[in-house]
Ligand binder design. Structure first.
Ligand code: IMP
Length: 440
């Protein structure tokens, strides 16, 4: 019997609407666990017309019977975390006793933000267009084996020495390379020692917690952040984030073994968006792009930056499904395409005059790539809020069938609006979910 778990991840460059999907599915799982990224992610969830933006806390906390875990693969800004918990409390969501932070997660400190801001804005540096949250520098320290983990914050002597040494190093680099004013290590230590006390009730050995839950027959959803093409290994490097957004990240970033992954659910928009720099073969440069941006409210949940918009890219989607072993696809924002006469769908690329339907590793290839389009018929009837597949316009069904046949995964769910209820759940997927979440 497959494990009672599912990974839910972004199949594109992030912002696919995972927040809503995780929220819709969360009531079928005992635990929702985040495995990568940090507060660069922004999950917008709308419940009964009320809007929540979650950056670190997994969407599961919004469901009364669901516990939430921030796994070891996440980089945690303790200030951002505590502020988010406070904001949730203000809107009536009590997380006490149901939200756990991995003792092995790495911590983002103010010098990570200082270094990132200075480096991104330094003349002559290649711009990634990061979210400026210190995510990349915190992962650099982790890999360099000079990071601070959540558990280390509880050891005041270690915390003091770590902050003093790190500040000395980072201040020296930032001043020498970018002329940045130094940060005060003593003040930082005092502030973070107080923060550690407030963080302490949430800290747990979450790998142990998750494995015990699995042994007890509980179900777990692993919630991805960002998207496959922003993955440090499999994305459009170097225009990527610094963690493993793909399905493999779920095991490394939480401490459960690969055999514990039951199924993989990839979330894709009915079109594509990207924020930040980097190649985007199907980007629309005319007013249709502006139309999709306006209709889809395509502005970054964290930074407010306008998202670049483009047509669905099937080689990219196939690539993503292959890397993740995706079994089920969830297609979001179908309603944004309502009213278009025809919808171009990218079926392959021309690179240096040669046709290909695979994604090149070289981003210079991606920049000069020429997408090959097939035009599918659009639909004029509104799909917003439709909850039954049979009620979709015939052309919308054809569009979805084509995506499914070309993508290598089954479509299990379609989102037709931002609210929890504006969702079509297909019967086979409902059966698969019921098997995962059934208590043993
Ligand atoms: P970083 O994650 O802040 O280092 O940014 C690296 C790249 O990932 C930039 O292009 C960001 O715009 C992008 N990025 C990071 N988080 C998200 C997200 O949640 N949605 C979409 N793009 C993101």
């Amino acid at each position: 019997m497959p494990a009672k778990t599912a990974v839910v991840l972004g199949a594109q460059w992030g912002d696919e609407g995972k927040g809503k999907i995780v929220d819709v599915l969360a009531d079928r799982f005992s635990i929702v666990a985040r495995y990568a990224g940090g507060h660069n992610a922004g999950h917008t969830v709308i419940i009964g017309g009320k809007k929540f933006v979650l950056q670190l806390v997994p969407c599961g906390v919004l469901r009364p019977d669901c516990r939430a875990v921030i796994g070891n693969g996440v980089v945690l800004d303790p200030m951002a975390f505590l502020q988010e918990v406070e904001r949730l409390r203000e809107v009536g969501v009590d997380v006490s006793g149901k939200l756990f932070v991995s003792n092995r997660a790495h911590v983002i400190l103010p010098y990570h933000r200082m270094i990132e801001l200075a480096a991104e804005n330094a003349p002559g540096r290649m711009k990634i267009g990061t979210t400026s949250r210190g995510i990349g520098p915190a992962y650099e320290d982790k890999m360099k084996r000079s990071g601070l983990r959540v558990v280390d914050m509880l050891n005041t002597a270690l915390l003091r020495t770590h902050i003093q040494n790190a500040c000395h190093e980072k201040n020296t680099i930032a001043r020498a390379l970018f002329g940045t004013d130094p940060l005060d290590a003593n003040k930082m230590y005092e502030e973070y020692a107080r923060v550690a006390e407030r963080l302490a009730p949430y800290i747990a050995d979450t790998a142990l917690l998750l494995n015990q839950a699995l042994r007890a027959g509980e179900s777990i959803m692993f919630e991805g952040a960002q998207g496959t093409l922003l993955d440090i290994d499999h994305g459009t490097y170097p225009y990527v984030t610094s963690s493993s957004a793909t399905a493999g990240g779920a095991t490394i970033g939480t401490g459960v073994g690969p055999t514990a992954i039951g199924t993989v659910i990839g979330v894709t928009k009915a079109y594509v968006t990207r924020v930040g720099e980097g190649p985007f073969p199907t980007e629309i440069h005319d007013t249709t792009g502006d139309l999709l941006r306006a209709r889809g409210q395509e502005y970054g949940a964290v930074t407010g930056r306008p998202r670049r918009c483009g047509w669905i890219d099937l080689p990219m989607l196939r690539y993503s499904n292959q890397i993740n072993g995706t079994k089920w696809l969830v297609v979001t924002k179908l309603d944004v395409l309502d009213g278009l006469d025809s919808i171009p769908v990218c079926t392959g690329y021309k690179v240096d005059g040669k046709l290909t339907d695979t994604v090149p590793a070289d981003v210079r290839g991606l920049e000069s790539i020429e997408p090959i389009y097939k035009n599918l018929q659009g639909w004029q009837q509104p799909t917003e809020g439709i909850t039954e597949y049979a009620k979709l316009p015939a052309a919308a069904k054809e569009y979805l069938k084509y995506l499914e046949s070309e993508s290598g995964a089954r479509i299990g769910m379609i989102s037709t609006g931002p609210d929890r209820d504006q969702t079509i759940l297909l019967p086979e997927f409902a059966t698969a979910l019921a098997a995962i979440s059934a208590t043993s």
